[in-house]
Design a protein around this ligand. Structure first.
Ligand SMILES: Nc1ncnc2c1ncn2[C@@H]1O[C@H](COP(=O)(O)OP(=O)(O)OP(=O)(O)O)[C@@H](O)[C@H]1O
Ligand SMILES: [Mg+2]
Length: 382
């Protein structure tokens, strides 16, 4: 008897689940034709041995930024095959390589230059990198396209040195991908001026666009006729409400299918989508709450307390409750604002500034953005 016996041939609604995985890169990206052709228009220069302009891609989470960039990279390399060019396109996720040193070392590694991830000076690593671009007497000079995904993280942590170095290396073209339109406030003017960038915006997907995206994936990943008619429109509508996030739409679809398998039904019903939504939300909130520092958890508990009492939550009132709950072990009123900002970034709360007349000035009103019961469960594990 093997522990895997009987598990492999369990009944399932899926044909190939891997097509619903985040890491899968589809061959077609519906409703991103415009953005893809913009990138192509700039990058085609590389095929003529000219360094393309830098590109900045903006858009909220799940709008296809990473997928489109990777797709364009694949297409470029393909188009360059058999041509007299020396093009390399390298993808770096700045959540994995969070400093200028690490990114440059990573690029060197990718290009076959052995550079250690620590121990050298930054100058040594940069020199090593630039040596890769020394005039090549045998073939064409190297043109390097660097995709810096989630660049906000790197800029916040390590400053704009990376952009300074890359923009001052000949034959390098940068694609910066950011979730925030205002990420350029992290870049100093001297760097900004050498970033010859073109901007491409990725708007949130609408419900009908999400339907198209999901339909393509369904054919690949589910068996025929297992989805009830309302499943895809429902996933799409819920994800359209969540800022047009395609990743969320795909998560809903996959989780609904998993629920069908768990229940042993051969059909995925619309109700499973609603169940999937709760399940995903619950996991997300639990993950966030579990990783919050203690003081911040107390702030969140205080918000929960005030929400349940149906009180209007101003930062002043929040601080009162927080102080009471913390019994002396408190942070300053100033720090509370940082906490509020962070919780808002995580999507757990929203804030709204209201004007209370000249005498009282402006006040921040805090609103919980997730269901009370889910948050309670996450905090107290009920
Ligand atoms: N137009 C599309 N067609 C098919 N699949 C898509 C499309 N847009 C996004 N996806 C899929 O949705 C998921 C999220 O897309 P992607 O990772 O590119 O988003 P993102 O904008 O990079 O988000 P984040 O800012 O969170 O990194 C991926 O699995 C991707 O394959
Ligand atoms: Mg991404």
């Amino acid at each position: 008897m093997n522990i895997f016996d009987g598990l492999q041939d369990k009944k399932t609604v899926f044909k190939e689940k891997k097509y619903l995985d985040h890491r899968f890169l589809p061959d077609r990206l519906p409703h991103r034709e415009e953005q893809i052709s913009s990138i192509a228009k700039y990058w085609v220069e590389a095929l003529n041995n000219v360094t393309p302009p830098d590109i900045t891609i903006y858009g909220k989470t799940g709008t296809g930024k990473t997928a489109v960039a990777k797709f364009a990279m694949k297409q470029l390399i393909h188009a360059g095959k058999g041509k007299n060019t020396n093009i390399r396109a390298e993808y770096v996720r700045c959540t994995d390589y969070t400093t200028e040193y690490q990114v440059i070392a990573r690029l060197c590694q990718q290009l076959g230059q052995d550079v250690p991830y620590r121990g050298w000076t930054k100058g040594e690593v940069i020199n090593s990198f630039r040596n890769l671009f020394r005039r090549n007497v045998f073939g064409k000079d190297l043109i390097l396209l660097v995709v810096l995904d989630e660049i906000d993280i790197l800029l916040k942590k390590d400053g704009d040195g990376i952009l300074y170095t890359l923009t001052r290396t000949d034959n390098v073209s940068i694609v910066s991908i950011s979730n925030f339109v205002d990420f350029k406030r992290f870049i100093k003017p001297r760097v900004k001026s050498s970033l010859r960038d073109r901007e491409i915006v990725f708007p949130p997907y609408g419900a009908q666009q999400l339907v198209d995206i999901l339909q393509e994936r369904t054919t690949l990943s589910f068996k025929a006729n297992v989805l009830k008619d309302d499943v895809i429109p429902l996933c799409a509508a819920l994800a359209a409400k969540e800022e047009g996030d395609a990743r969320y739409a795909l998560d809903l679809l996959r989780t609904s299918g998993e629920l069908a398998d768990e229940k042993g039904t051969e059909i995925v019903y619309g109700d499973y989508v609603r169940e999937a939504k709760d399940y995903i939300e619950h996991n997300k909130i639990t993950d966030i709450v579990m990783t919050l520092p203690t003081q911040q958890q107390r702030v969140l508990e205080s918000i929960l307390y005030l929400t349940k009492r149906k009180e209007e939550i101003t930062s002043g009132r929040l601080y009162e409750v927080y102080k009471f709950k913390s019994k002396g072990d408190t942070v300053t009123y100033r720090r509370i604002f940082d906490f509020i900002n962070e919780l808002e970034m995580l999507g757990i709360i929203s804030t709204n500034t209201v004007s209370r007349g000249r005498a009282k000035g402006r006040t921040n009103i805090i609103d919980l953005q997730c269901e009370i019961s889910l948050l309670e469960e996450a905090i107290w594990g009920m």
